[in-house]
Design a protein around this ligand. Sequence first.
Ligand SMILES: NC(=O)c1ccc[n+]([C@@H]2O[C@H](COP(=O)([O-])OP(=O)(O)OC[C@H]3O[C@@H](n4cnc5c(N)ncnc54)[C@H](O)[C@@H]3O)[C@@H](O)[C@H]2O)c1
Length: 433
Amino acid sequence: MSEPLKIAPADGRLGILTPGMGAVASTAYAGVIAVRQGLAAPIGSLTQMAHIRLGRRDEGRNPMIKDLVPLASLDDVVFGGWDPISPNALEAARTAGVLDERDIAPISAELEGVVAMPAVFDQRWVKRLEGVRVKTGDNKFDLAQQLIADIERFRTENSCDRMVMVWCGSTEAYQEPSAVHESIGTFEEGMRNDDENIAPSQLYAYAALMSGVPFANGAPNLSADLPCMAQLAEREGVPYTGKDFKTGQTLMKTILAPGFKARMLGMRGWYSTNILGNRDGEVLDDPENFKTKEVSKLGVLDTILQPEVYPELYGHIDHVVRINYYPPRGDNKEGWDAIDIFGWMGYPMQIKVDFLCRDSILAAPIVLDLALFLDLAQRAGQSGNQEWLSFYWKSPHAGANPPEHDIFIQQTKLKNTLREWMGEEPVTHSEAG
Ligand SMILES: NC(=O)c1ccc[n+]([C@@H]2O[C@H](COP(=O)([O-])OP(=O)(O)OC[C@H]3O[C@@H](n4cnc5c(N)ncnc54)[C@H](O)[C@@H]3O)[C@@H](O)[C@H]2O)c1
């Protein structure tokens, strides 16, 4: 057995701050509050529900993850956030329309108490939204300092011992990294000069890392996956992870594709279309914002199927992703997949998946798990990119390595990381194990 890491206990209060208090964030808060009051079960959350096998199969050791690693208790969690539109989490939950009033009513006072701080928001990055509660400042550096001050105020007012930040804000317009993102120095200089390549989400990431607060990016836009942020995270000793919550259609894709590949079934095409009618759908209706999402969604198949290794099977795939804003569907999106596969002697087959999913219901437990696992990572002395959390992402940060998209490999990596941190052997599923 390896030596366990020294992990500080999860004593005291954990503040979870979300830039963006819309459908996902309000559903995450509401679920945690409801679970705390015994009104709901934390379905979909590994930190609350999953077990983890330890040692050989015949040892019969299978504790819950939360009993193996010291995670913050839900009773110690306090929520906060920023939003340019939602005034508080109650309004956000009612506007989002994800949860029924019968689930909101018993926890409405607590939700109302989560008041949004004015946001750093710039319509250049999210054309479809009109921000009404927006910070003003001399330049982007000044705005970042205001976020840092918000974090400290929240920490003091809520007696938080530790904090984490999970971006639940809208997807920003597509952008490639540029010179301003190359180092901490260029980024700080760029903020002072109001460099147009610095997006609001990057100011939140900077403020979090500068405050020693771990950061996760739930959207596909660039924010922590930049050289300047990697340097900052290492310098400040802070973990971060991202990006783009893996829910809905991409979740299904990364469940199904590894199965086809495991059986060496070929693929000719995968056509994915979505209709959704929430605010996220409205934002993604703008081509610049959709491009950010499209890049994130398209990436997964190639790395799972490895067309360069299996050109005969996966060398000619037409992979198309569409998102259409269709208000009647609200947050209850419909994602259709038409998958064209082929088998023995090249005979074609078709698979149709019609997933009538609820995006925010799938995303909310991810927000919680990421917050608790990032807090654990920090107490375990980890900093920089936490690749073991790839399990939760459509576009996992992988640094110089190719990202791993196969959800089953991601799950093994996540659980083996926890085992190793606790001085347990990784499970390899070899004959003896
Ligand atoms: N729901 C899912 O399954 C899922 C999956 C992957 C990624 N995401 C991403 O998560 C994010 C949140 O999704 P949602 O359904 O809650 O969307 P939403 O539109 O309901 O909420 C986003 C909120 O962010 C706010 N916002 C925009 N810019 C901001 C800024 N600069 N600072 C602070 N707040 C800001 C908006 O006012 C809005 O209230 C989106 O980027 C979405 O693409 C969602």
